[in-house]
Each structure stands twice: as structure tokens, then as C-alpha cells.
Design a protein around this ligand. Structure first.
Ligand SMILES: [Zn+2]
Length: 305
């Protein structure tokens, strides 16, 4: 059986669609709904099910971890619902490596979000086995790395909320400025952490600062981010470069949030030219953002010569 579905880009989930050859889908696309939905694949992966703040799906033996992550993320869910006045219906999957690979054959342990509704936040059952754990722990230690990997879960909740808030209907194709969606997800994660969870925010800030000081990745520009988003950056090899970009976004998000708060996103919603977002270029978006908050014009990292 096949049905017509809308595709709303999430985060790492995009890579799955590359892997199965349906990337670059237009507004309506026929896919096998029963096999392509993240939730369906999670259910078929051998998980157990439960219910806490969210519907829970977890690898056998990880019920307690699932409940802990659920409590964490539900605080962000509530904060973003109140801040933005929209609601994202979220389910949570907490997966060990076998179930992770059954759902998405990408690097283990980098949290991601389903490609659209129903929103499913997928996080590792074993953060210490995440491919990004060694790199993050070099910056903020083992305990800090576990905190940071859970913090990425807030970024994924942020993706669901920014989609519901800014483009619940229209952002149905792969947008040409992928980095913008990632920036917004970092913005909402920072908004939550800095307002509600200062201890976690301190780890977030430390990691952001230290990773930017320590890393000199091959790709630096926003154009390269968009060009490689569907490939290199989502591989195990590219994951450190991807993490560096997220720190660039986190740093700018913190700067803007400190002066404009959540109102920045209200301005973005009102002032950006959403009717033609499919044609946006990075230069044009930066110029529009600069009208809302000065500093975007000179912010974007340049490619190495
Ligand atoms: Zn993301």
C-alpha cells in the first residue's frame, strides 16, 4: 500500500532518505508509508513500549533511561509550548545500537528527529557509545559529554517546535538553506537551557566555546554546510565537522537570545519573506536576519582558501 505524504525535513533523518534514494522529494511524494515512517520503523525494531510524559519506545533493558530522558525533554516541551503558543506532538525513542541500526543505518548515538509528524525524537540508550562522545568528552569530560548528548535532545525538540511555529505547512521540500533550520533548533535549545536549566546551560556554553577554540574543520562556510548536509556531514567521518557547525550556531544563538529573547523568532515569523522561502539564498537570509538583529551580516564563517 502506498500513500501520499508531505515531507518536512528534520535533522539527521535526511540521511536515511539519501540512503534509500528518495532525497530531493517535491511537495507531494508517494512512498510506502508503512515502511518509511520513523515511528513505524521504531516499532518494528524490537523495542518495548511505555508511556510517560511522551509515548516511549526503548530498547530492552532501557526503560529507566527512557523515563529519565522523557522527564528531561518534557520540560523543554512545556517551555516551548508556552513560549511559542504551538504544540508539537512528540514521541521518544531511546535506542541501543541494534535497534538504532534497524531504524537508521547512520552513525550511532547522535540524536535526531523524524522527518515530520508524528515527531519522534531518537536518542541513544548508551550515550557513552555515541560516535560523538569521544570528541565531546575531550572538551568537557565524560560527565559533561553525557550531559551534552542529552542536551542535543533539546535541539531535536526545538526542530519540532520551530517547524510547527514557522513552517507547519509550507516547508515541505528540502529548503536551500539547511543551516537556518539548524540555527533555529540551537536557538530554542539555548532558550530553554538558559532559562530553565542553568547547570545544563553551563555545560552547553563550555562545550560551545571549547569546541570552537579547539577545532579547525575542513568545512566552515554556510554554503558548504548546505552542500554537504546530505552526505559527508552525516557520516561518522563528518560528524566532528557537523558538531563544529552546531557550535557556531549555538554561539550566535546565545548572542542573539541574550539581547532579543524569544521575541527574535516572532520577528522572524513576521518579517522574513516566507512566501518564497524555496528560493532563499544564504546571502539573502543573512541580510533579512540582519534587519531584525544587527550582526548577522558579518557573522557567517567563510570557507578556507
Ligand atoms: Zn538539527
Amino acid at each position: 500500500m502506498s500513500v501520499s505524504v508531505r515531507i518536512v525535513p528534520g535533522c539527521f533523518q535526511i540521511a536515511l532518505f539519501v540512503a534509500i534514494g528518495v532525497c530531493g522529494l517535491s511537495t507531494t511524494t508517494t512512498v510506502r508509508a508503512q515502511t518509511d515512517s520513523t515511528l513505524t520503523r521504531v516499532r518494528l525494531s524490537g523495542v518495548e513500549q511505555g508511556q510517560a510524559e511522551f509515548a516511549l519506545y526503548y530498547s530492552p533493558g532501557y526503560g529507566e533511561r527512557a523515563e529519565k530522558v522523557s522527564r528531561l525533554l518534557s520540560d523543554a516541551d512545556e517551555f516551548l509550548r508556552d513560549s511559542l503558543g504551538v504544540r508539537a506532538e512528540i514521541a521518544l525513542a531511546v535506542l541501543a545500537e541494534p535497534e538504532w541500526q534497524a531504524v537508521w543505518p547512520g552513525p550511532y548515538g547522535i540524536p535526531y528527529l523524524s522527518l515530520g509528524r508524528p515527531w519522534v525524537v531518537v536518542v541513544p540508550a548508551e550515550p557513552a557509545n555515541s560516535v560523538v562522545f569521544p570528541g565531546i568528552s575531550q572538551a568537557v569530560g565524560h560527565a559533561g559529554a553525557s550531559t551534552m548528548i542529552d542536551n542535543i535532545g533539546f535541539h531535536e525538540v526545538g526542530h519540532a517546535y520551530i517547524s510547527e511555529y514557522l513552517y507547519p505547512q509550507s516547508w515541505t521540500d528540502a529548503p536551500p538553506v539547511r543551516w537556518l533550520d539548524e540555527f533555529f533548533a540551537q536557538y530554542l535549545a539555548y532558550a530553554f537551557l538558559s532559562t530553565v536549566s542553568p547547570e545544563r546551560a553551563a555545560v552547553w556554553d563550555d562545550y560551545t566555546r571549547l569546541s570552537l577554540e579547539a577545532m579547525d574543520p575542513p568545512l566552515k562556510s554556510l554554503e558548504e554546510f548546505d552542500r554537504e548536509y546530505y552526505g559527508y556531514l552525516l557520516t561518522e567521518e563528518g560528524s566532528a565537522n557537523y558538531a563544529w557547525y552546531q557550535s557556531v550556531f549555538a554561539k550566535r544563538a546565545a548572542e542573539v537570545y541574550r539581547v532579543r529573547g524569544i521575541g527574535f523568532l516572532r520577528d522572524v515569523k513576521e518579517q522574513l519573506n516566507w512566501s518564497r522561502f524555496a528560493d532563499w539564498t544564504t546571502k539573502e537570509v543573512l541580510s533579512q536576519l540582519n534587519e531584525i538583529v544587527p550582526g548577522f551580516a558579518g557573522w557567517a564563517p567563510e570557507a578556507d582558501e
